[in-house]
Ligand binder design. Structure first.
Ligand SMILES: NC(=O)c1ccc[n+]([C@@H]2O[C@H](COP(=O)([O-])OP(=O)(O)OC[C@H]3O[C@@H](n4cnc5c(N)ncnc54)[C@H](O)[C@@H]3O)[C@@H](O)[C@H]2O)c1
Length: 337
């Protein structure tokens, strides 16, 4: 991406938490290509070294395999960084899992990152999520609207609430301690580096199921819509926030694709891309309450990205259909190796 080369950041050393995950690996590739030095940490609980294979031997890249809750490890890696891009998190939790790690990891690493940023005068870009809009029906979601969070007994809310608390922590460090921070609320991204568990979203799971000849598992009736984008677009939006930190300091910005597709149409579109007829695929509907307890999945989740356009000049470059084609082709190729 051409404009990655024309940056105005003084220091070219960037720290990334959760670097071996989907977004971290795409962003690292973009930064290395643009001549930045990248220093990352990941405990490989979800992320994989394979995601970093294109850059792992690059002299401008270094990786510490460690838990981000260990503040001394973070301090050591990030001491010379200009910016920390904080991506490490434990994502969506379903009812039969523990919500403890989601709450503990998300909050502790964010506080560690902000403390180090305060000590060393480092800028922070923090990954938040569209989940914080909760069950709001004001579509498209705008950064300054009220958020409507559900019942605390449904574990699925732990992720949104942890990220919301982290947003508040960021705002506090920004206003109370002068740390430059920008919060990005990402809307569903995917790539061939996504996790094939539910934390990676429905697209990679469906591709995998279609390629394996397994039933496509859909939560609820599948008519719920999502606005999903390619990880490279989300990574590029992150880069723009990093180089424009003085303009977006203290801001919360939606980053994502505005195209809206239902989950079931996405399954059919993928079957078509992978050259399977409607009769060649089987769909298994799983009742939502079985997966989420009392949590109700959102019917629609669409971002308003006018703020990202205005402040960052952000525009997604890869359409949803192109992203599906790219990712399906790449996962198929990897499987056939
Ligand atoms: N991908 C999306 O669609 C999306 C949407 C909204 C928000 N986000 C947010 O963006 C960020 C990146 O998302 P992603 O899709 O790349 O997720 P991911 O799960 O692929 O990456 C997160 C990384 O954090 C690492 N990690 C988890 N716990 C850790 C710990 N204790 N110490 C060190 N590393 C740890 C994991 O191993 C993983 O590599 C996350 O904060 C996520 O909440 C992503």
């Amino acid at each position: 991406m051409e404009s990655l080369k024309n940056n105005s950041v003084k220091s070219k050393v960037i720290g990334i938490t959760g670097i071996a995950g989907m977004l971290g690996s795409h962003l690292s590739e973009q930064l290395i290509k643009a001549n930045y030095t990248v220093k990352g940490i990941d405990n490989l609980s979800v992320g994989k070294l394979e995601n970093l294979e294109k850059i792992i031997n690059n002299e401008k890249f270094s990786l510490e395999i460690n838990d981000g809750r260990n503040i001394d490890a973070l301090r050591k890696i990030f001491k010379d960084c200009n910016t920390i891009i904080h991506l490490a998190a434990v994502k969506k939790v379903v009812e039969n899992q523990s919500s403890f790690e989601t709450l503990d990891v998300n909050v502790k690493i964010t506080q560690n990152v902000l403390e180090i940023a305060k000590e060393k005068n480092i800028n922070v870009i923090m990954a938040s999520t569209s989940d914080v809009y909760g069950v709001s029906e004001e579509i498209p979601f705008k950064e300054n609207q009220n958020l409507k969070i559900g019942d605390s007994t449904a574990k699925r809310w732990a992720y949104a609430v942890s990220k919301l608390y982290c947003e508040h922590l960021c705002i506090s460090y920004c206003k109370d301690f002068d740390v430059k921070v920008c919060i990005l609320r990402y809307f569903g991204g995917f790539s061939d580096k996504s996790s094939f568990t539910w934390s990676g979203g429905h697209v990679p799971i469906f591709i995998n199921q279609i390629l394996n000849g397994d039933p496509i598992t859909i939560h609820g009736d599948g008519k719920q819509t999502r606005s999903m984008g390619h990880a490279d677009d989300l990574a590029y939006g992150t880069f723009l926030a990093m180089i424009n930190i003085d303009k977006v300091n203290g801001e919360i910005i939606n980053i994502g694709n505005t195209e809206e597709f239902s989950v079931i149409d996405t399954a059919y579109l993928l079957a078509d891309i992978l050259k399977k007829g409607k009769n060649d695929i089987k769909i298994e509907f799983i009742p939502e309450e079985k997966v989420y307890g009392t949590y109700k999945d959102l019917r629609r989740r669409v971002p308003d990205i006018s703020k990202a356009r205005r402040l960052l000049g952000y525009e997604p470059k890869i359409s949803f259909k192109q992203a599906l084609e790219l990712v399906a082709a790449s996962i198929k190729e990897k499987k056939n190796k």
